[in-house]
Design a protein around this ligand. Structure first.
Ligand code: MF3
Ligand code: CO
Length: 255
């Protein structure tokens, strides 16, 4: 499949979905407290998205049962919201959300602390963000996808963390997943070149311990085999004439 370049009109529609995403994370952060179940948080997210004239696009995607993915501690990605998963003090919880509005998708993920968390959990969250921001800063037309991947890889490895090659970032637009793939591991100068009007999701997923992962019997939940912590951070990014714009990020949050 070819890479789909978006017009200014299409990018403006995606920014509308991006605004809903930004407000949703504020809403979810407020409810991220000990005692909340991930099923309750999923309901809050769905209600919020729908009340903003948008659709939680993960619902039913390849049969995914939740409205959003909610992944706690050793769950790296694709956690299914459940009444049985109750947040407790010291947990870390990631909300991975795809919002469809006016026919266009945006995709983003945040990992939040539940109350007070350990220093190593804090460092893992900060490193996932650094992976994203170190990589995004180089974006402009002509840069290779592999340039992004190699910076993510280097940032995680310098901090002593591991990165899976099994799951990647991706293009996004009318479809949740479009070309090109945006791996978190790769070589400078490899892969397609960025062009103005491309819209991509960059999503570092990092583990505190070993890289090995297992998919649970539910067919979705991806956990670290050693049950150490994992963190996911993601934004939807537009390639502009001179650089980039992050359309799922609150102003002032760039590091
Ligand atoms: N947000 C995830 C991604 O980056 C997709 C979630 S899978 C779904 O691709 F089934 F929940 F949609
Ligand atoms: Co994604």
């Amino acid at each position: 499949m070819a890479i789909i370049i978006k017009s200014e009109r299409e990018i403006n529609l995606m920014k509308e979905a991006g605004k809903v995403m930004i407000d949703l994370f504020d809403e979810l952060q407020k409810y991220t407290k000990p005692g909340m179940s991930t099923a309750e948080l999923d309901k809050i997210a769905a209600r919020f998205i729908r009340s903003n004239g948008a659709i939680p696009a993960c619902k039913g995607y390849e049969g995914f049962p939740g409205n959003i993915c909610i992944s706690v501690n050793d769950t790296l990605i694709h956690g299914i919201p459940s009444k049985k998963i109750i947040l407790k003090e010291g947990d870390i919880v990631s909300y991975d959300v795809v919002i469809l509005k006016n026919g266009y998708n945006v995709d983003a993920c945040r990992t939040f602390p539940v109350g007070e968390i350990s220093d190593n959990a804090k460092k893992l969250i900060e490193t996932a963000k650094s992976c994203f921001f170190n990589a995004v800063k180089i974006i402009k037309p002509g840069v290779h996808i592999g340039d992004i991947s190699s910076i993510i890889e280097e940032t995680a490895e310098n901090a002593g963390y591991t990165l899976t090659e099994d799951y990647t970032g991706h293009g996004i637009g009318k479809d949740m997943h479009e070309d090109p793939y945006v791996p978190n591991v790769g070589k400078k100068g490899s892969g397609p070149k960025l062009q103005k009007g491309m819209t991509i999701c960059i999503e570092p997923m990092i583990n505190e311990g070993k890289v090995d992962l297992d998919v649970m019997e539910d067919g979705w939940t991806v956990k670290t085999r050693d049950h150490k912590l994992s963190v996911h951070y993601e934004n939807t990014v537009v390639v502009t004439e001179t650089g980039y714009q992050i359309i799922t990020l609150k102003e002032g949050e760039e590091i």
